[in-house]
Write a protein that binds this ligand. Structure first.
Ligand SMILES: Cc1cc2nc3c(=O)[nH]c(=O)nc-3n(C[C@H](O)[C@H](O)[C@H](O)COP(=O)(O)OP(=O)(O)OC[C@H]3O[C@@H](n4cnc5c(N)ncnc54)[C@H](O)[C@@H]3O)c2cc1C
Length: 306
């Protein structure tokens, strides 16, 4: 069985920063990831709020961070983590293939996945016109009309991204205002391609083999409308990836991990970082900051438990 000082679950910005701090503290570290290094940065078109990098694509910042971990010698392995067992002075991390890793500390940076609406037609037309990733799928809708669902920064920024390729965008938001910041809204308005349906709920996605229209209802008047569309992009928030940590009793009722100021959970030696924890602001810089704090705290924990 592999034995480590620190196992990091997830190679998003949080996990990769934790890994950098952990190896620099001379901890035997492995980063386990079930997809590709970068996490949600990989599905982000452009980042312009990470100090020092100016405007950078989500792919480039992912690659830069991952290369940095590799230059410092972080061990990186594929692993879809299914369970964590607390054995006191060490923890066992088990992946879905049954591989068991042992470590003195575990840092959970497994992030979140996009939320679905749960309405009629959504799962049937997933990948047939409905998408949760503008960067991945936007190019399929060149010159076409699309609907963007949501009113926060992600929705509006991704609508701006889509505007460079699609013909027309209708943003549908359940609230009668947008929650995105003013700069994003100004950028959206400047495209001249975006119109809004505010205060509308999505009833259903319609079409047999591909999306053809979206039915919406005005939340106040209950008036029903149908928007003819080729695509729909859904940006209505996220769900924490913590099913593997359920038995540890470290999550709140929504599944987010509760931590203290050292990023430590109620189980000594198990830390949570980034989007997966209870926090105010879910961003690359805050995930990275959590990662740094957790790695330092893990080093201290190991020192104190020698
Ligand atoms: C569309 C969009 C645009 C955004 N734009 C910006 C922006 O401009 N600026 C900004 O600062 N932030 C932005 N964000 C937010 C930012 O991407 C996140 O805050 C950040 O990626 C969180 O990092 P993380 O490391 O906590 O988690 P994530 O990036 O979610 O990474 C978690 C990783 O854990 C892996 N994982 C999950 N479960 C398991 C498991 N069981 N086993 C192994 N691995 C697992 C996942 O595959 C993933 O790679 C944006 C987010 C979205 C969705």
């Amino acid at each position: 069985m592999e034995k480590y000082d620190v196992i990091i679950i997830g190679a998003g910005p949080g996990g990769m920063t934790a890994a950098i701090y952990a190896v620099r503290a001379n901890l035997k570290t492995v980063m386990l990831e079930k997809a590709a290094p970068g996490g949600k940065m990989l599905s982000t078109w452009e980042v312009e709020n990470y100090a020092g990098l100016g405007k950078v694509s989500g792919f480039d910042i992912s690659e830069k961070m991952f290369n940095h971990t590799q230059e410092l010698g972080v061990e990186y392995k594929y692993g879809d983590i299914a369970n964590i067992v607390d054995k006191g002075e060490y923890k066992e991390v088990i992946d879905s293939s049954g591989n068991v890793y042992q470590a003195k500390t575990v840092i959970i940076g497994s992030g979140t996945v996009p939320r679905s609406l749960g309405v009629e037609g959504e799962s049937k037309l997933n990948g047939r016109g409905i998408s949760w990733c503008a960067v991945c799928d936007g190019a399929f809708f060149k010159g076409k009309d699309v609907v963007v669902v949501g009113g926060g920064n992600s929705a509006i920024e991704e609508a701006v991204y889509l505007s460079s390729m699609v013909n027309k965008i209708t943003v549908v938001n359940i609230l009668d205002t947008l929650q995105a910041d003013p700069k994003a809204i100004d950028q959206a308005n400047a495209t001249g391609k975006i119109s809004y349906k505010l205060g509308y709920e999505i009833n259903s996605f319609n079409g047999d083999t591909k999306l053809e229209s979206v039915t919406i209802t005005n939340a106040k008047t209950k008036e029903v409308e149908e928007i003819t569309t080729d695509g729909a992009f859904i940006f209505i928030g996220h769900i924490p990836e913590t099913t593997f940590a359920k038995e540890l009793g470290i999550t709140d009722k929504w599944g987010y991990i509760k931590t203290d100021e050292k990023m430590e959970t109620s189980v000594p030696g198990i830390f949570g970082i980034g989007d997966v924890i209870v926090k105010q602001l879910r961003q690359i810089v805050t995930a990275s900051s959590d990662g740094a704090i957790a790695a330092q705290a893990a080093a201290k924990y190991i020192e104190e438990h020698k």
